[in-house]
Design a protein around this ligand. Structure first.
Ligand code: SF4
Length: 309
């Protein structure tokens, strides 16, 4: 990901003022997906001559890039929402953390990550651009502080986008989550904190404390490895063979009821008790779907050949 300031410098160096460029050429120079350029043209932020496949003059692109760069606000790289009212999660609090909090070893890193779409992507772009210098540990400190500012009156989903890749940072987040749960308890509520991590190979399970944390896996072998490291697991599959529990790549998988039965997480709560999932040797299954699914299936094909027809 390049910052708006960097893309402005690139646009200035590479696009000449009076020449016309296609949306694909602009996307390449500015460092964005072509869909972002199309959206900017259709909502009028980027002027186009509307000839051919969205042709824009170089000077128009410079103007747009300058506006994007001017809008960047310095920030902590973390955003929390006390009640996301999310269609999938339900009435839950959430955290979103800048992109550099994610491990680059993740199979979906820049290749079909579910967080790279719609409003999520807009928020992720904004908070990442405002904290390009922040290290994963800085981000974890900021996230812990942000969690401490939440009331603790509903379940909390960590890392709707983002992750935690350091042992020290994960312990800080886990301690903030324990305080969050305690605030809920004082309100008479049994709130839970849950999340998924691609950093399970390097961060020990005990660093997560009482957070219900599921290792995000792409193969049955990874699920077994994650369990050996003390983690319960979730596994991404191209599609479900059945909407009830079934075996996938040698492990028993429960298809996520949000995908099969339209339930929200705060009603389903299967992921809220990782110890129970691990004890029952059950993995939660997520089928690739929607935006980015082609890229995600290709990513799975690279790491999980036996699971993909
Ligand atoms: S299994 Fe339940 S709690 Fe887990 S992601 Fe699906 S709906 Fe949410």
């Amino acid at each position: 990901m390049i910052t708006p300031a960097e893309s402005l410098a690139r646009v200035r160096a590479q696009l000449s003022g009076s020449r016309l460029y296609t949306a694909a050429q602009i996307a390449k120079v500015i460092g964005l997906d072509v869909g972002n350029v199309h959206r900017a043209i259709s909502d009028g932020r980027l002027k186009a001559r509307m000839r051919g496949p969205f042709m824009c003059y170089g000077h128009q692109v410079v103007k747009w890039a300058a506006k994007r760069a001017a809008k960047v606000k310095k920030g902590s790289g973390v955003t929390v929402v006390a009640n996301s009212k999310n269609a999938k999660l339900g009435q839950a609090a959430v955290t979103i953390v800048a992109r550099q909090s994610c491990p680059t070893s993740c199979a979906f890193h820049q290749k079909g990550c579910y967080a790279e779409h719609d409003n999520n992507r807009v928020i992720w772009d904004r908070i990442t651009a405002g904290a390009m210098e922040a290290t994963p540990l800085d981000l974890a400190r900021a996230e812990a502080a942000a969690i401490d500012g939440l009331p603790g009156d509903r379940d909390l989903r960590l890392h709707v986008a983002g992750d935690s890749t350091t042992d020290e940072g994960t312990r800080l987040i886990a301690a903030a989550c324990a305080r969050y749960v305690e605030r809920g308890r004082q309100l008479g509520l049994a709130v839970r904190v849950w999340a998924y991590t691609h950093a399970w190979r390097t961060v020990p399970r005990d660093a997560w404390g009482t957070v219900s944390i599921l290792a995000s896996c792409e193969t049955g072998a990874d699920v077994l490895l994650a369990r050996a490291r003390g983690y319960a697991a979730a596994i991404v599959v191209p599609e479900f063979a059945s909407d009830v529990a079934h075996e996938v790549d040698g492990v028993k998988v429960v298809p996520c009821p949000q995908q099969t039965r339209d339930r929200v997480c705060t009603d389903c709560r299967l992921c809220f008790n990782d110890a129970r999932l691990a004890g029952a040797t059950l993995a939660i299954g997520f089928a690739v779907h929607g935006w980015g699914s082609r890229k995600a299936v290709s990513a799975l094909r690279r790491v999980a050949l036996p699971m993909v027809a």
